[in-house]
Design a protein around this ligand. Structure first.
Ligand code: HEC
Length: 467
């Protein structure tokens, strides 16, 4: 397999504009602009929205709501968007004569695209090690969130690797040491391998990839098929991550979607969207077992999650709105030992590190269900701003925060804000359908923050847990 040359993400200029990039901008020059035009409102304890523009550190710390800039990506940085596109005040309109000149805007943009270095050359969040990767399915973009500050710290533009705008990044798996991450591109029929610096290092052609699951103890990465595929091959991809070679292993069920690896045994489980069947695959001897779950109505198995101790697996069903509980000690008999009714269309479930709770977003009623795994009951229904077609889920390694990505797509043209839509904090003219990541504090089980991303938040990935 050919090795793809490393490409730096999203730093190139749109060739249709007459913007120009200045070489090696010093932060002190950027600070000079802030001092002249911004600090009157953005300094000290009363700074507007808590955003203090008095130093590199305070700028990088962001506002009360989130990041002001994203290193290497001026076009998606709120600070640039607000001083160029904001509809209504206070910027750029009310800055009047004090508004930034084109040269000042170019200076700040160039500096951001050079990585937003401090005066001494420090790049923000270069050492962050708790990273959450979020696919923006409608934007050919992956947002990277630092889970310590809950800010977007990088964007990876898939178009910069030569893929089209509709590449449809869908799901992400990350090595346990964070060294590499893998991304499925549904419409481009490709799975990418990227390194910690977000360089593209390898890729494979794979028909309609969907969910990805990594086995941290072996060299295997598994790939299922996208929901968008009507009759994909009845096979999952077994990929050797070190060389990015793969084989398709027949699993004898149509439309394999739900996917998980048991981290101690390496057993792989996949569930069908079309029939009530689960296949288990033992990758050692390629033995396949099929379990018929029965039932008159199709479940449509969306995804699986396995408890950190490897004992329990939960499966979500789109059409019957259930969380099925499986005892993996009974594997490969995959009949559920319990069934919990939940809200409409449960999507990607996630266990807390202690195995006691499962969180799952409900794609069709904008809630997150919290399941008590000891009592086997639906314990709480979380509602709140930012939940709009919940999709992916993730959890910080300390278990403090659960993250739920949201598509936020269902706004019909010409209507005022739909009750189920998230309205962005600022009207930039074209951002009414931005995706979000809702952050839930697991001690209170409440949403504490809504992180705005670009479009159609779908699958998410964090460093795989090693057993
Ligand atoms: C006249 C006062 C004023 C000046 C001058 C001003 N701002 Fe603001 N800024 C505000 C206010 C007020 C808000 C909050 C707006 C809101 O809540 O809708 C804000 C919000 C912001 C935000 C968004 C923070 C967030 O996360 O919500 C950014 C970024 C920002 N300003 C950057 C700048 C920059 C850069 C300059 C200088 C070019 C500047 N501002 C000058 C008043 C000002």
């Amino acid at each position: 397999m050919a090795l793809i040359a490393a490409v730096k993400p999203s730093t190139t200029l749109d060739s249709n504009t007459d913007d120009f990039q200045l070489a090696n901008v010093r932060y002190s020059d950027v600070q000079g602009v802030f001092n002249a035009k911004c600090v009157s409102c953005h300094t000290g304890p009363n700074a507007a929205r808590g955003l203090r523009l008095e130093s590199w550190e305070s700028l990088i710390a962001g506002s009360d709501e989130g990041e002001a800039i994203i290193a290497y990506d001026s076009s998606h940085s709120l600070l640039i968007e607000l001083i160029t596109n904001l509809v209504g005040g206070p910027h750029p309109l009310e800055l009047d004569a004090k508004s930034l000149t084109d040269n000042e805007i170019s200076l700040i943009e160039s500096w951001i695209n050079q990585g937003a270095p401090s005066e001494s050359g420090k790049i923000p969040f270069a050492d962050a090690d708790q990273l959450l990767y979020v696919a923006n399915q409608s934007e050919a973009l992956v947002s990277i969130i630092d889970m310590e500050t809950n800010q977007v710290v990088r964007n990876v533009d898939i178009k910069s690797f030569g893929f089209p705008e509709n590449a449809s990044p869908h799901h992400i798996a990350v090595e346990s040491d964070g060294s590499y991450w893998y991304l499925s591109l549904i419409a481009s029929n490709t799975i990418l391998k990227l390194d910690r610096q977000n360089n593209l290092v390898d890729r494979i052609d794979f028909i309609r990839p969907g969910l990805l699951a990594i086995d941290p103890k072996s060299d295997y990465l598994y790939a299922g098929r996208s929901m968008a595929a009507v009759s994909p091959p009845q096979a999952i991809g077994v990929i050797k991550r070190s060389e990015m070679t793969f084989e398709e292993v027949e699993i004898f069920l149509p439309r394999p979607h739900a996917l998980a690896v048991q981290p101690f045994t390496g057993m792989v489980y996949t569930g069908s969207l079309a029939v009530n069947q689960i296949a288990s695959l033992n990758p050692q001897n390629e033995e396949i077992n099929l379990t018929n779950l029965g039932g008159n109505r199709p479940h449509t198995l969306v995804n699986f999650a396995i408890s950190p101790d490897g004992r329990w697996m939960v499966g979500t069903t789109e059409l019957t709105a259930k969380v099925l509980i499986f005892d993996l000690n009974l594997s490969p008999n995959m009949n559920p030992v319990d069934t919990i009714a939940v809200n409409a269309a449960p999507w990607h479930p996630i266990f807390t590190p202690d195995g006691k709770w499962v969180y799952v977003g409900n794609n069709r009623n904008n809630t997150v269900n919290v399941i008590d795994m000891d009592k086997r009951i639906l314990s709480k229904v979380i509602e709140g701003d930012g939940l709009a077609q919940p999709h992916g889920s993730a959890i910080s390694s300390d278990g403090k925060f659960v993250y739920i990505s949201n598509r936020n797509l269902e706004m019909s043209e010409g209507h005022s804000k739909h009750a189920n839509m998230y309205a962005p904090r600022y009207n930039l003219g074209n951002n009414s359908r931005i995706g979000t990541v809702a952050v839930i504090d697991t001690s209170t089980k409440e949403i504490i923050k809504v992180i705005e991303i670009e479009g159609y938040g779908s699958g998410m990935g964090t460093a795989a847990r090693t057993p």
